[in-house]
Design a protein around this ligand. Structure first.
Ligand code: 8X3
Length: 339
């Protein structure tokens, strides 16, 4: 075979490979490292059994689905959120559908903004189970309002709850993990921790802060390879997060039953979360297109991303002003094109 022919064949293979990767990316619902781990990595069913897992924000949405999937893996669970009756409901469902017994689940009410209570609740978990293997910092709220119309108190609340509450609880659990030289700290961040979008400025700020904090913490733990820190960044997922989002005032929520069918199923998002936990991935992005593409652009081509976000952002603002769900229209357009 001549050299020329060999080179042509190689070029053809490279082109084919590129095409395959492109198709994979268009269909992807997570970053490529995560999808590789899903295919070739460690299974949650092997890695996460027998662990003591503490989940905040366990009364709804991603947190609720996470404890259901964890309860099938045979872990011990600590369920935390503010609403005790909702936690009791979640606990009952875990007992009905999972592999757990009453003694394996602790309902532990927690207000993330009441940081003075965090030491005590941490002690309560240690008293009950003797250890904390995984802390999943999932509790938090979103926001839908324009900066110009939003009270400063809303920005303060978002930082108090999403950022400081999470930092405080992590600080309470950390000495215990350092003593044991092992543990997993998981933080449910958001694509909004990478991409900044209009109408959610305070939420984006709190999630960017979390991302900075936990990447920094990881490097401080370099002498403790048994302690891992994972930042999980989901895009739009079916949950009550928009319904409960802050609006212009602290006392005002969005309270709207928008159609959520265009969003990722909660169960799929949580499965990918478990895979990233089992494989100790440092940061994962879990989102359908075009949200995943936006994350890649913000990370690797910010100038293009800023230009594009201005275009898409206009639509988001128009949607918001006309009382619609901010993201529904362009995401539906994308879905129709690629289904
Ligand atoms: C995404 C939150 O409010 O944009 O993390 O759906 S929201």
């Amino acid at each position: 075979m001549s050299w020329e022919l060999l080179l042509w064949l190689l070029a053809l293979c490279a082109l084919l490979l590129l095409l395959v990767q492109l198709v994979r990316f268009v269909r992807a619902d997570g970053d490529l490292t995560l999808l590789w781990a899903e295919w070739q990595g460690r299974r949650p069913e092997w890695e996460l059994t027998d662990m003591v897992v503490w989940v905040t924000g366990a009364s709804s949405g991603i947190g609720e689905e996470l404890v259901y999937q964890l309860s099938k893996l045979g872990v011990s669970l600590v369920l935390s959120a503010r609403r005790v009756h909702e936690l009791e409901r979640v606990k009952r469902r875990c007992l009905e559908n999972g592999n757990l017994k009453e003694k394996d689940i602790l309902v532990l009410p927690l207000d993330l903004t009441d940081t003075s209570s965090h030491e005590e609740v941490t002690k309560a978990v240690l008293q009950e189970f003797g250890r904390i293997d995984i802390l999943v910092n999932n509790g938090g709220r979103s926001q839908r309002s324009l900066v110009v119309n939003t009270s400063l108190d809303v920005f303060k609340e978002l930082i108090e709850l999403n950022y400081l509450g999470t930092v405080s609880l992590t600080k309470c659990v950390l000495p215990h993990m350092i003593e044991r030289k092992q543990g997993k700290i998981v933080v449910v961040n958001s694509i909004s921790g990478i991409v900044s979008v209009p109408v959610s400025s305070g939420y984006c700020a709190s999630k960017h802060a979390l991302r900075g904090f936990f990447h920094s913490l990881r490097t401080e733990l370099v002498d403790y390879p048994g302690i891992t820190v994972s930042t999980i960044c989901p895009g739009p997922v079916q949950s009550d997060i928009v319904k409960n989002a802050f609006s212009e005032e602290v006392t005002k929520t969005v309270e709207n039953n928008f159609d959520q069918s265009y969003k990722m199923a909660t169960s799929r998002c949580v499965r990918l979360m478990l895979i990233s936990m089992a494989n100790d991935l440092k940061e994962v992005w879990i989102a359908d297109q075009p949200f995943l593409l936006m994350a890649y652009l913000w990370q690797y081509m910010p100038t293009l991303a800023w230009w594009l976000t201005n275009k898409v952002g206009k639509k988001r603002i128009t949607n918001f002003k006309s009382g619609m769900d901010t993201d529904s229209s362009y995401s539906t357009m994308w879905k129709k094109k690629h289904d």
